[in-house]
Design a protein. Structure first.
Length: 168
């Protein structure tokens, strides 16, 4: 009888362990889903606000935090450049792009003069980010990429720079 009890306890214990692992896995999946849904909603709201600012000069004035005078038409271009940049970051954050793929998208964006002007005009915006934040690290990656492209001796911009290692 003792042997049967011991065997039953082992079976019950193994079943409990497997159930706990399954519950943990479900909780992690739920948390990822919730984070992705929150990012999606935040991205949609950000884009809606940028669209309103691009359409209405009075609203665009609220986002004018540049260190120099920027004409209204250029501000609208900068808002659109921001929308493109944030869209790429969104796809990276939800896992639709790897860091290397994000790098490739950013390298293409850097070919545009207006986008580079936007990036330069907003450099002071990134100074307040904590040095350990993902946004700071991605901004630094972009700064380095722009510098590498400016220093390159080739017209083959698509080979300039080295895509970053994927984070662990």
């Amino acid at each position: 009888m003792t042997t049967q009890s011991s065997g039953i306890r082992r079976i019950v214990s193994a079943a409990q362990t497997k159930l706990a692992a399954a519950a943990g896995s479900l909780a992690a999946a739920s948390a990822r889903h919730n984070r992705r849904a929150a990012l999606t909603e935040q991205h949609r709201l950000h884009f809606d606000l940028l669209c309103k600012a691009m359409d209405d000069p009075a609203l665009a004035a609220v986002l004018d935090t540049y260190e120099s005078e920027i004409p209204l038409e250029k501000q609208r271009q900068f808002l659109f450049a921001n929308a493109l940049y944030v869209n790429s970051l969104y796809f990276y954050r939800i896992g639709a792009l790897s860091r290397g793929e994000l790098y490739g998208h950013l390298r293409v964006m850097c070919q545009n003069t207006v986008f580079r002007e936007y990036w330069q005009a907003t450099r002071h915006h990134r100074k307040s980010l904590p040095a350990t934040s993902e946004e700071f690290l991605l901004g630094r990656m972009m700064d380095d990429l722009i510098q590498e492209l400016a220093d390159a001796d080739t017209d083959e911009w698509w080979v300039v720079g080295r895509p970053p290692e994927e984070p662990a």
